[in-house]
Design a protein around this ligand. Structure first.
Ligand code: C2E
Ligand code: MG
Ligand code: MG
Ligand code: MG
Length: 286
């Protein structure tokens, strides 16, 4: 009796595993198809310069227009891409699409010299054998100024291999591309590496901003990052700013750049272009 139950439990467990595996495989094949059938799209979230209230650039964020499920967020599929090796191909698509968009924005008007488009690069993509060659080839194909491109990497890239990271970043930055450290403060902080890496921007992670009004620890950490950025001559972007009260605290610390729902959600290209066209300072009741 007990034995039979045990066996059933094991069978049930195995079935669960099988379900999980088949779900994963289904997602993987759907993602393959998504790439072939152009179901991916970039959304754009403005970055704001506080002193002028103007848009100084944007971050491109990947979306998947699933034929049945509608718009799917990266949190759901980036881990699957990373696990399957598809991330390299999709990551390459992101860079191509980002450069194509820059060319388009330039033709449409509204995109000013000095503005930058930030693209997220996954650790696996960055460390891939052909990353530098791929970026170089894409820049040859799309004649956009390399200094309008910013690549967002996370601290996890750096800790894998500091020397390789420096080499890759140095090559790309000598071409004019700049780098931001994304989700800064959440990984193994690479404070000692900061001065060796050609990084121009630190992005304070959303997790420090979310409760910044109530949580003294988060305030201390955010202020420390802003101060460190200033001392090292780096720009600091606060990401995930949703409310005026959060902005006020960060502004008092001297944080110059912002990205968050308070200013705008990530939006499709046409809407982003419309925001650029307005060309007025973002309304701030400062
Ligand atoms: P991330 O690079 O840190 O991007 C910021 C995330 O915060 C975005 O989520 C954005 O929509 C969200 N966000 C911005 N402002 C606010 C706010 O005020 N409140 C809240 N609650 N959230 C805000 P999203 O688009 O879902 O992307 C999640 C993550 O997926 C990104 O985090 C990035 O790590 C990854 N990702 C997105 N696009 C790409 C891509 O093209 N390539 C790679 N490798 N990763 C990507
Ligand atoms: Mg990012
Ligand atoms: Mg981030
Ligand atoms: Mg994040």
């Amino acid at each position: 009796q007990v034995k039979a139950q045990g066996r059933n439990a094991i069978e049930f467990f195995n079935l669960g595993m099988a379900d999980k595996v088949s779900h994963q495989l289904k997602l993987e094949s759907e993602l393959h198809k998504a790439l072939d059938e152009c179901q991916f799209e970039l959304y754009f979230q403005p970055k704001i310069e506080l002193s002028s209230g103007h848009i100084m650039g944007a971050e491109a964020l990947l979306r998947w227009n699933h034929p049945e499920r509608g718009l799917v967020s990266p949190g759901e599929f980036i881990p699957v891409l990373e696990g399957s090796g598809l991330m390299i191909d999709v990551g390459q698509w992101v860079i191509e699409e980002g450069c194509r968009t820059l060319q388009q924005l330039d033709q449409m008007g509204g995109w000013q010299a000095g503005m930058q488009l930030s693209l997220n690069v996954s650790s696996r993509q960055f460390r891939g054998q052909h990353f530098v060659d791929t970026v170089t080839r894409i820049l040859e194909e799309y004649p956009i100024p390399a200094n309008s491109l910013d690549l967002e990497i996370t601290e996890s890239v750096i800790i894998q291999s500091i020397e390789d990271t420096i080499a890759t970043m140095s090559t790309l930055s000598s071409m004019g591309i700049s780098f931001s450290l994304d989700d800064f403060g959440t990984g193994y902080s690479s404070i000692s590496y900061l001065k060796r890496l050609p990084v121009s921007t630190l992005k304070i992670d959303y997790s420090f901003i979310r409760d910044i009004v109530e949580d003294r620890n988060d305030r201390v950490l955010a202020e420390t990052i802003v101060t460190m950025g200033q001392l090292l001559d780096l720009s600091v972007v606060a990401e995930g700013v949703e409310e005026k009260s959060q902005l006020d605290i960060l502004a008092a610390f001297g944080c110059d750049y912002y990205q968050g729902f308070y200013f705008s959600k990530p939006v499709p290209l046409a809407q982003f272009h419309a925001l650029l066209e307005v060309r007025q300072p973002v309304a701030l009741e400062v």
